[in-house]
Design a protein around this ligand. Structure first.
Ligand code: HEM
Length: 382
């Protein structure tokens, strides 16, 4: 479809280039036409917002896996796999060499070896693939986990289901669109077939970009600005909270995945004041309330309430016929030292517990990054 023939009055003055720069595609232009052009409020003086809808290539190389610090992708799939019984340390090393090649290809928009749908390899799609080992893979490879690596202990409010819990390996695959993510997952899971079978797969989405294409802290399905108090990548606070120190895991981290169902229907019956009190933050801008109640979520989760513990939260929302919620994910150097104390405080008293229920739980040791010519996990399995 082409863009509308007659420019709508609201966008008169924007040159063709500016218009296309903003819309990014003829499809978007057609959509604007269908809406009568009412949404086009720009003037000739407006600076053209940069690269709306376009992604980038995220280098897969470095001391850390790129997906940990990259902004939360628009579309994410988290896939847990179980190892076949015969898989030992050497076999795991072979799998990771294969995955390394796949990740290098996917990150640069090239088809992976043996890709039967190479047309789906998308360039500049913000593809990241983060790989971690669960307790079963660490045992199979006879590898000591990072210090403080443990299962999240049972919590009073948990209603865990097997179908969303556990796993020997994890892939967190993110990109700017669902086709690219689904295709990448398919390649990675197919290449793992001689070694591992898919156990569960959770799809999520996040809107971390505003109407002008600027990065913003996104909102969860309760409507809350979620992620404000996160440590910022590149700072000392982030490095201390997230990266494991000391070989062989130096540069790695740990990942906790919790599938948390959110009762959107009962939440929606609360007044705005009650909603803000439950989390201790304002709904419009996510600012802290001056006087939060003692059991407000964001108050109980504060480092000062948890012996200084900080985590880097990077969840994505999910919504389907059964329920809606958050595929909560957090990265931290130590599960026992950081995640568990915060989770215990929240389980004890969090006001949000009325509307949130963990229905899945899994922990993974996330491998350090790799350099060109090297392979993911070489320092641990090599
Ligand atoms: C569906 C479940 C959850 C929802 C809807 C939720 C929502 C929020 C919101 C809106 C904030 C305030 C804004 C921000 O700083 O991001 C927040 C903060 C926070 N949440 Fe959650 N959260 C959930 C689960 C969890 C879990 C399971 C944990 C960890 C065990 C957690 C740990 C934290 C931490 C550490 C903060 C920052 C506290 C601070 O330093 O100010 N949250 N959460």
């Amino acid at each position: 479809m082409a863009e509308p023939e007659t420019p709508a009055p609201a966008r008169r003055g924007i040159g063709r280039r500016g218009f296309l720069g903003y819309a990014g595609s003829a499809v978007a232009g057609a959509a604007a036409g269908a809406a009568g052009g009412a949404a086009w409020g720009g003037t000739a003086e407006d600076p053209a917002p940069a690269r709306v809808g376009l992604g980038a290539e995220v280098t897969p190389y470095g001391a850390h896996q790129a997906g940990v610090t990259a902004p939360t992708p628009t579309v994410v799939e988290v896939v847990a796999l179980d190892l076949l019984e015969t898989v030992d340390r050497d076999a795991l090393g072979r799998l990771f060499r294969v995955w390394t090649g796949d990740i290098e290809a996917l990150a640069t928009g090239r088809p992976t070896p043996g890709d039967t749908e190479p047309w789906l390899a998308a360039a500049r799609a913000d593809v990241t693939v983060t790989v971690g080992l669960g307790p079963g893979a660490l045992a199979a490879a006879r590898v000591d986990p990072p210090v403080g690596f443990e299962q999240v202990p049972p919590m009073r409010h948990d209603r865990l289901e097997d179908r969303w819990s556990g796993g020997d390996l994890v892939l967190v695959v993110g990109a700017r669109d669902g086709t690219t993510v689904a295709h990448a997952v398919r390649q990675l899971v197919r290449d793992a077939a001689p070694f591992a079978r898919q156990r569960w797969r959770q799809a999520g989405f996040w809107n971390g970009v505003d109407a002008d294409g600027r990065r913003v802290t996104g909102r969860n399905l309760f409507g809350q600005v979620d992620g404000t108090a996160n440590p910022v990548p590149g700072t000392d606070a982030f490095d201390q909270a997230v990266w494991v120190v000391g070989p062989p895991w130096a540069g790695g981290t740990t990942l906790v995945v919790r599938r948390i169902a959110m009762d959107l229907d009962t939440w929606a019956t609360l007044t705005r004041d009650k909603q803000e009190q439950a989390v201790g933050r304002r709904l419009d801008d996510g600012e802290r309330l001056a006087e939060p109640r003692p059991d407000a979520h964001a108050r109980l989760a504060l480092p000062m309430e948890n012996a200084g513990a900080r985590i880097f939260r990077k969840g994505v929302s999910y919504a389907n016929a059964e329920d809606s919620g958050l595929v909560f994910m957090s990265y931290q150097a130590s599960v026992a030292g950081q995640f568990v104390p915060i989770q215990r405080s929240l389980d004890r008293a969090d006001a949000l517990n009325t509307w949130t229920t963990a229905i899945g739980s899994a922990v993974f040791a996330v491998l350090p990054g790799f350099e060109r010519g090297d392979w993911l996990g070489s320092g641990i399995l090599g």
